[in-house]
Write a protein that binds this ligand. Structure first.
Ligand code: MN
Length: 711
């Protein structure tokens, strides 16, 4: 017990050194709680498990991070590895720390297979997208660093896997966040595992060079100090050998031989002010010759992660190349700790480092900054980021990642897990909170689907589901459920369509059609007709190809229906107002050569009111049009099974084709359905609506006009 307390004291002392106002009780509570939770667990090394979260907390204290981050570090494995829950963390330590611990747990739970590793870039973006709070990533990086430092205790296969993951995902992520020190160490630890021979040979060559050149670092730093002293510039000078992996990567990239000093050693001059940076640069360039093409001024043009520095390479002592980086102390801090600089403390105050990037802004403007980056590589990254923006990543309660398109709902999520889950879905919880099924999912959310036996897919789900998988499954299930009805409906549709050309819908004719269309039997054919998966025009064409088209030949073909488009413009009827011949229309230019045709009274036109150059004068071609313009009708029927068939007959008798049928509401005493009908023009539409409305079991017919979402 005393031992434990002394350790907590050591951590607290480390924090107090940079943040005297630290909430010692919070740290002590987190310590005690995590220690109790992990009691009895050991690491592979044989140590008590709790030594791991403590080491992670120490690493973050070295980065001078805030109390919430340190407490999160102590607690980071409790939810994953012990009986503790996020709810309990929230009750004890508050919502903020609970959210941070939850974020770390989610990232830990992502199981990366080798295949997924090929999408490392996507994965790094996923981590960023998930972490609404970047401190989650800071804890995860420290966690990974400690695990990599102690990786020798794992079996070789596990070592390789972890090292690969670190090299592909965590090290570049640290770099992206501007944490160079972290990146270099993660890379080097992985390099040790992944390619020990290469690392060995570099180390050997390194030692040989050092022996040949003597204490080159001291001599060069002295040279630089002397030059600065002559001009009375106050600055600190450091020299260091680069990490083996950096050298190896440069050799790979540029096929360099291992002899250039500038590729092995780097020197830094840390000044007190920005002016001094340029004075130092002047002094160095006057004393030694600058190597062309190696000068970069990241002070006047900082990198996107906040990195500022002047880089130059000169021919130094004996003509040997020396690389020098010049920056102020504050710039140096940002260069070493990157985004983490935002949370760090100095002398008890949150550091107001003018160069530290605001993490929230940094995340938000990622894509914007990539857009104006001169760096080609970063530009490519940006393109990938844009693609990534159409997707959301959510989690199952077990922590599996489910990738969905933007706009997806819990229904899509349920179907993505398994069709069975989708079909029996009755409710959903997002991050433990009950939500309606039409809720749009966001990145990083945990989704839990409630299922119930006996639940069937609802027709209304068609409007909620965004993925093709869910929509197809719902449609299929609805067809099965209402099969008898659809078969009846299909029989009516077939009868009307064939009568129209003077033929009979005999069983033999229907069986022939089913065979030609490759369907199981006549029932299947009728069910598809009734559920609008097959339209009656196709049926007629299949049986009597020579009889089709003829009556329509005189009609204006749909392809030339509109006057006013340029030759290369393509047009599309707006799904919101579904304009038909006889209605006044206007074209709205879209990107490329596309034009969307709206009815002149469409409420959505308000959105483009202030862009007059996009408006195009259009009108319908005079003459009789093809019956090819779908309009959606909302039809309310009294609940009488026979009425559906009659409606279809009525519509067919008006020579209109039904292209889609959906039940949107099924109450004991009425149905509400959407029927899409293909008509010629307004007159044709009115005759269809009048005919339907005349049926005594029809409570109402109305044309559907929606807002920006399609019908
Ligand atoms: Mn851990």
């Amino acid at each position: 017990m005393n031992e434990t307390l002394r350790d907590a004291d050591a951590l607290i002392a480390r924090i107090r050194a940079y943040n005297p106002k630290s909430d010692t009780r919070l740290i002590r509570d987190a310590w005690a709680y995590a220690e109790t939770m992990h009691r009895g667990q050991t690491r592979r090394s044989g140590e008590a498990y709790f030594s791991h979260p403590v080491s992670v907390a120490m690493l973050l204290a070295d980065q001078r991070l805030d109390d919430a981050t340190i407490a999160t570090a102590l607690l980071h494995d409790t939810v994953e590895d012990t009986r503790c829950t996020t709810a309990e963390i929230e009750a004890r330590f508050g919502a903020q720390i609970a959210a941070l611990v939850d974020g770390v747990t989610k990232i830990t739970n992502l199981q990366l297979s080798t295949v997924e590793l090929r999408q490392a870039e996507n994965f790094r973006k996923l981590l960023l997208a998930m972490s609404r709070d970047l401190r989650v990533i800071l804890v995860k990086l420290a966690d990974r660093l400690h695990n990599m430092r102690t990786i020798r205790h794992l079996p070789p296969e596990k070592q390789m896997q972890k090292a690969r993951e670190t090299m592909d995902i965590y090290a570049p992520l640290a770099g992206r966040m501007g944490m160079q020190e972290m990146r270099e160490e993660l890379e080097d630890l992985s390099f040790r595992v992944l390619n020990p021979e290469a690392r060995q040979s570099i180390m050997r060559r390194f030692l040989t060079l050092q022996r040949e050149a003597g204490d080159i670092v001291t001599r060069i730093t002295d040279d630089i100090r002397e030059v600065l002293a002559e001009r009375a510039i106050d600055a600190r000078v450091f020299g260091r050998a680069k990490k083996p992996f950096s050298i190896w990567r440069k050799m790979q990239e540029k096929e360099l031989t291992f002899s250039r000093l500038s590729d092995i050693y780097g020197f830094r001059v840390i000044t007190g002010s920005e002016e001094d940076c340029y004075r130092v640069l002047g002094a160095i360039h006057r004393r030694w010759t600058a190597v062309p093409g190696r000068f970069k001024d990241y002070i006047s043009q900082p990198k996107s992660n906040g990195y500022r520095s002047i880089h130059t390479t000169v021919s130094g002592r004996d003509g040997k190349r020396v690389e020098v980086q010049i920056r102020t102390r504050q710039m140096h801090e940002v260069a070493e700790t990157g985004v983490a600089a935002h949370w760090s403390y100095r002398d008890g105050r949150k550091v107001e480092n003018p160069f530290a990037v605001d993490p929230a802004e940094w995340l938000e403007s990622l894509s914007e900054r990539f857009a104006r980056s001169e760096d080609h590589h970063e530009f490519l990254e940006h393109m990938k980021l844009e693609m990534f923006a159409d997707q959301v990543f959510c989690f199952t309660p077990k922590g599996d990642v489910i990738k969905l398109p933007k706009g997806a709902t819990p229904i899509d999520f349920a179907y993505a897990i398994h069709t069975r889950i989708g079909e029996s879905c009755v409710g959903a919880k997002i991050d433990s909170r009950r939500v309606p099924l039409w809720t749009r999912l966001r990145n990083g959310q945990s989704v839990e689907i409630t299922t119930a036996e006996g639940q069937r897919p609802q027709a209304a789900w068609m409007d909620i589901a965004a993925t093709g998988k869910a929509r197809a499954a719902i449609r299929r299930a609805l067809r099965e459920e209402h099969r008898d009805q659809f078969v009846k409906l299909g029989r009516e549709l077939a009868r009307v369509a064939l009568e129209h050309i003077g033929k009979k819908a005999s069983d033999k004719a229907l069986a022939t059609a089913a065979r030609i269309l490759g369907l199981k039997d006549t029932t299947e054919l009728l069910a598809r007709l009734g559920s609008a998966e097959l339209d009656s025009r196709t049926l007629v064409e299949t049986l009597y190809p020579e009889l089709v088209d003829r009556p329509q030949r005189a009609a204006v073909p749909a392809a030339r229906a509109v006057v006013g488009l340029a030759g290369d413009q393509t047009s599309l009827r707006a799904p919101c107002c579904q304009p038909i011949p006889g209605e006044r229309i206007v074209g709205i230019g879209t990107r490329g050569r596309g034009v969307t045709i709206h009815a002149i009274d469409c409420p959505n036109l308000v959105d483009v009111e202030d862009q007059p150059d996009r408006w195009i004068d259009l009108h319908w071609q005079p003459g009789r049009h093809e019956a090819a313009y779908a309009v959606t009708l909302i039809v309310i029927l009294l609940n009488d099974a026979g009425v559906l068939g009659r409606i279809c007959t009525l519509i067919g008798e008006q020579n209109a084709n039904i292209s889609d049928i959906q039940f949107t509401d099924r109450k004991p005493d009425f149905y509400r359905m959407h029927i899409s009908v293909e008509v010629r023009d307004t007159e044709h539409l009115y005759s269809v609506m009048t005919a339907v409305e005349a049926d005594s079991d029809v409570a109402g017919v109305e044309r559907l006009k929606t807002g920006s979402r399609g019908a």
